[in-house]
Ligand binder design. Sequence first.
Ligand SMILES: [Cu+2]
Length: 154
Amino acid sequence: MNVVMKSLIATAVIIAGFAATAKAEEPTVVVEEAWSRASIGTNRPGAAYLTIRNIGEEPEVLTDLRTDLAMMPEIHLTSTNEQGVSSMSPAGEIIIAPGDAVALEPGGLHAMLMRLSRPMVEGEAFSLTLVFADGDEVTVEIPILGFAARGPEG
Ligand SMILES: [Cu+2]
């Protein structure tokens, strides 16, 4: 067998190995009830809401967000002080215990979509990728509801 043939076979084995690994891996996170609100232009940030459920056996740590809709997507936490004044700040990593779910919803955690690259138009959708500490990524399609929407459709 010549050298070229040998290296071709070696490459084929490596590719088969990768495919088997990818197939064996089952998703350990499911995203439910994703929604967002239409924006007025791009000057103000948008926000997206969803529930992340850990159906695996290990804790999942959400570290980052990615979307082509916003140049600076970030997980935020809204809190209200004793004077009733609300403010929000970066929430850092979100740890989801096995069997648990974390809700990003108005008044609490949310995906802040800062520096929108285009307006969020009612009836359209965009994809948001959740990045986890173990390198897993989950991409979801998020419907854009009306300005006054208060929760997911249906
Ligand atoms: Cu925010």
